[in-house]
Write a protein that binds this ligand. Structure first.
Ligand SMILES: Cc1cc2nc3c(=O)[nH]c(=O)nc-3n(C[C@H](O)[C@H](O)[C@H](O)COP(=O)(O)OP(=O)(O)OC[C@H]3O[C@@H](n4cnc5c(N)ncnc54)[C@H](O)[C@@H]3O)c2cc1C
Length: 409
């Protein structure tokens, strides 16, 4: 759907600044770089604290030791053309009235800003969780998980007390969403082999998946949930539903019913929220601190700031629910933002954002998975191959865009 909207950038010089080189921000940048070849008066700046883009969907493999952390860090210099000015810096705040980002490299002014800063793990203020549990939200996080698991298995192998050995060789994953399921499956498949290398019995390591709600993969079809639960059971994962963590202590996760879930390694994958930087700003925020936007993905009452990806709070009119924090959504939003910035430069009407759901795919272990595509549920090797294909296709598309594929129309 299109609407006539005042396009105040038309024909003018300006600074387009993209904050965040994740799925949404990188997509906006690559798409716009192509268009701006004809707009030498407009600068395009990308800012990120890292000089690489992280393929976050591949982190469970890094955490399970089957992929190197560097393989999921894609250097931005390989992706960006000379048309983009890249600034590696932390963004520390906003000067909204002055239209400036406050960064470690000094203030950076914008004519149009794209906020694509992603999200951070949400510990829901559960006591001890932030200190006691590892998170899985960057390649470095994933490396830490794998290092902790290896260390715990080494300690387990050296333990003479069977109870202590059992406890050290147990990995507890909090949160039964897609990330928790992928991590639990990956570890359950890998750990028996790793245990043998440490001189432990292959059946000694255990993976426990703790979920507060009545089901894993909440919101998915019952068929998909059933297939995922069966695959996890085949892999030996102990799934505990209706198990709400009240506190994380030295001993383990204490549940609200008083039970203690013990382990040698604890990982929290129970949810995300917007970065504090945004929560502390005057931007209008909704659930989990995500920024409220209009149908063109601009901040409410701020025509100069677009938001895309996990940070944007976008309600799907078909379901009435806010779209989930997914790479697929981030890429589609990035596409709309790039088109709208291009439309502004050309004085054309903006496009309202519409989400086209391509389906849901989750890997469960290193060889199997589950998928819901166009109302059809698939499991097993096919679903895992599908996940591999999506990740491969994403990497290909990024390289393709670097080749300056123009925005049609
Ligand atoms: C382990 C895991 C597995 C996942 N698996 C899937 C999956 O299979 N399918 C799927 O669709 N989605 C998956 N997701 C979700 C998906 O990764 C996110 O929805 C997606 O990354 C959101 O894109 P984004 O551009 O909004 O944010 P991000 O990709 O997180 O990018 C944000 C960028 O902003 C930068 N940044 C943030 N704050 C600052 C600051 N203050 N200063 C400077 N730079 C900053 C970061 O360095 C980062 O580069 C997964 C997420 C995780 C963590």
């Amino acid at each position: 759907m299109t609407n006539a909207v005042n396009a105040s950038m038309a024909g003018s010089s300006g600074q387009i600044v993209v904050a965040g080189a994740g799925y949404a921000g990188l997509h906006v940048t690559l798409r716009l770089a192509a268009k701006l070849r004809k707009h030498s008066e407009t600068t395009l700046t990308l800012i990120d604290r890292h000089d690489y883009h992280q393929a976050l969907t591949e982190l469970p493999r890094v955490a399970g030791g089957t992929r190197a952390a560097d393989a999921v860090r894609i250097p931005l210099q390989d992706l960006l053309t000379d048309r983009v000015r890249f600034v590696q810096s932390d963004i520390n705040g906003f000067d909204l009235p002055g239209r400036r980002l406050l960064t470690g490299a000094g203030p950076i002014g914008w004519t149009r800003l794209v906020l694509a800063l992603g999200s951070r793990p949400n510990d829901f203020a559960i006591p001890g969780l932030a200190e006691r549990a590892l998170s899985l939200y960057s390649a470095s996080d994933a490396e830490r998980v794998w290092a902790a698991v290896s260390e715990a298995l080494t300690a387990a192998a050296a333990a003479t007390d069977p109870e202590r050995q059992r406890r050290l060789a147990t990995v507890v994953v909090g949160g039964g969403g897609a990330t928790g399921v992928e991590l639990a499956g990956e570890l359950a498949e890998i750990l028996p082999k790793v245990a043998s290398g440490h001189g432990l019995a292959p059946d000694r390591p255990t993976v426990v998946l703790v979920e507060a709600g009545p089901t894993i993969l909440a919101g998915s079809s019952p068929q998909l949930i059933g297939k995922a639960a069966k695959t996890l059971a085949d892999l030996g994962v102990a799934v505990r539903i209706n198990a709400t963590i009240a506190a994380a202590t030295e001993e383990g996760f204490r549940l609200t019913d008083g039970q203690l879930v013990e382990g040698g390694v604890f990982v929290w994958a129970g949810g995300v929220k917007a970065p504090e930087l945004v929560a502390d700003s005057d931007l209008p925020t909704g659930h989990n601190g995500r920024v409220k936007v209009d149908r063109y993905l601009r901040v409410l009452d701020r025509q100069d700031i677009y938001v895309a990806g996990d940070l944007a709070s976008v309600t799907d009119p078909r379901t009435g629910h806010v779209l989930p924090p997914l790479a697929q959504v981030a890429l589609e939003e990035g596409e709309t933002v790039a088109r709208n910035l291009d439309a502004e430069l050309k004085g054309r009407p903006l496009e309202a954002f519409t989400f086209h759901d391509k389906g849901f795919v989750v890997s469960v272990g290193t060889r199997r998975g589950v998928a819901d595509i166009a109302g059809v549920t698939t499991g097993g090797h096919v679903a895992h191959l599908l996940k591999d294909a999506i990740e491969w296709e994403y990497r290909q598309s990024v390289k393709h865009l670097r080749g300056w594929d123009p925005i049609p129309g």
